[in-house]
Design a binder for this molecule. Structure first.
Ligand SMILES: Cc1ncc(COP(=O)(O)O)c(C=O)c1O
Length: 426
């Protein structure tokens, strides 16, 4: 069991960076006139869905709009050049953050993880796959990966296979070794499961994929925000994540791809801004990564994502990871004290920063609503892993997820909230 002393972050000063954490909440915002009851302090434990945004990231957006709002890549004028430099350098910053030594050429800005999956699925999958091929996923994929590759399978005839999840929430690696064979062209795996918290052995899976000359796509939506990720150490061919889960804004995410592979891929969207020469008959493409960024990109979002990366790195990814591990273990231990609570996934000291569970006899939506009355924000539902919930034999679960600004006291508030729900439904 962890100790209070071992928490590595100065959470009080970190919390001061996030004005929203000062909020009080109350009432029902979905009913006109009822959402303004400022009753109870916010306890924000829904970070796996979206994290909060520190002031300096918001200020980076404001600064862009107040000081140098202009379109990128094309302008000769001063503002456009300032915006272009900031936007382009943001790619380098993000590349560096995930250990991509090729810099900006290996990082495409997308809307989010989902769009990054779709980019590869369409640019590569639809063009390269056929009925003789297989795509290997895990049973714990988020719909962003699962639905995308499933649909590619349907369109191309490629077989979609799923690596089994064991009872304890880990992957059956013998099954992985069986499934990934000479027919396999793509292995798409979630790094940290957003439902089970499992940390998957992506480097090992990359080896299995590469032994068969297949690519590996790592869904890092729940790992890049919370731990140090090195695309080259894990030998990922592609890796994707979303800004809004890592202190950045919504509407911006990134796809890392090995340069040699991205060079070969077709653009995913067509239009202006990513072309070099256009005639009435054909078009040629800009250099990486702009080839994949057709149209006006989310300029302020890209710049703010780089600011978020700076913010996280200033605090230290290893310390953020440790802080979350301690909170998660504490939450796991406290929730495990109750016989009527079932927790899904690996033990508390072997998971990413989240705990999904169910309280006997109480639907997760009801539990979430009771917790919300106490200011506690958690997520209820299938967390975009419906097939995994089907496999677990449950319609939904309740998920608490932690980040750098959460405290033990907030975990205590969660446990007390669950107690209250238990009494209400007794
Ligand atoms: C593991 C995982 N993959 C993909 C996604 C999709 O992210 P986005 O909605 O930002 O595209 C999420 C979001 O919850 C996730 O947790």
């Amino acid at each position: 069991m962890e100790t209070q002393e071992s928490y590595p972050l100065d959470v009080e000063s970190i919390r001061a960076d996030f004005p929203v954490l000062e909020r009080k909440v109350g009432g029902d915002p979905t009913v006109a006139g009822e959402g303004d009851g400022d009753d109870v302090p916010l306890v924000y434990l829904d970070n796996a869905a979206t994290s909060q945004t520190p002031k300096r990231v918001v200020e980076a957006i404001v600064d862009y709009y107040y000081e140098y709002n202009a379109n990128v890549h094309r302008g000769i004028h001063h503002l456009s050049q300032e915006a272009s430099v900031a936007y382009e350098e943001a790619h380098d910053r993000v590349a560096d953050f995930v250990g991509a030594s090729g810099g900006r050429e290996e990082v495409v800005f997308t809307n989010n993880t989902t769009e990054a999956e779709n980019l590869v699925a369409r640019s590569w999958g639809l063009n390269e796959l056929g009925p003789e091929d297989s795509i290997v996923l895990t049973e714990m994929e988020h719909h962003a990966s699962l639905v995308t590759w499933q649909q590619v399978g349907k369109k191309t005839g490629a077989e979609v296979r799923y690596i089994r999840t064991e009872e304890d929430g880990t992957l059956d690696m013998d099954h992985a070794a069986d499934l990934i064979d000479e027919t396999t062209e793509m292995v798409s795996v979630v790094h940290v499961s957003n439902t089970l918290g499992t940390v998957n052995p992506v480097a090992e899976l990359a080896d299995l994929a590469h032994e068969q000359d297949a690519y590996i796509f790592v869904d890092a939506a729940q790992s890049v925000p919370n731990r140090s990720v090195d695309v080259e150490a894990m030998d990922a061919d592609f890796l994707a994540f979303s800004g809004h889960k890592m202190c950045g804004p919504t509407g911006i995410g990134a796809l890392y791809g090995k340069r040699a592979i991205l060079e070969e891929l077709e653009p995913f969207n067509y239009g202006g801004g990513h072309v070099r020469k256009v005639t009435y008959e054909d078009a040629t493409w800009e250099d990486l990564p702009w080839k994949f960024e057709a149209g006006t990109p989310n300029i302020s979002g890209g710049i703010a994502l780089a600011e978020a990366v700076d913010y996280l790195e200033d605090i230290g990814m290893d310390r953020i990871q440790r802080h979350e591990e301690l909170l998660t273990e504490y939450a796991y231990d406290r929730l495990s004290e109750f016989d009527d609570i079932e927790i899904y996934g690996p033990p508390g000291d072997q998971r990413g920063g989240l705990v999904s569970f169910n309280l006997d006899g109480v639907h997760s939506h009801d539990l979430s609503s009771i917790l919300s009355d106490q200011g506690i924000a958690i997520r209820a539902g299938d967390h975009c892993t419906q097939p995994l919930h089907d496999k677990l034999g449950i319609p939904a679960s309740t998920r608490a997820s932690f980040y750098l600004y959460n405290t033990r006291e907030e975990v205590d508030a969660l446990v007390e909230g669950v107690d209250e729900a238990r009494e209400l439904f007794a």
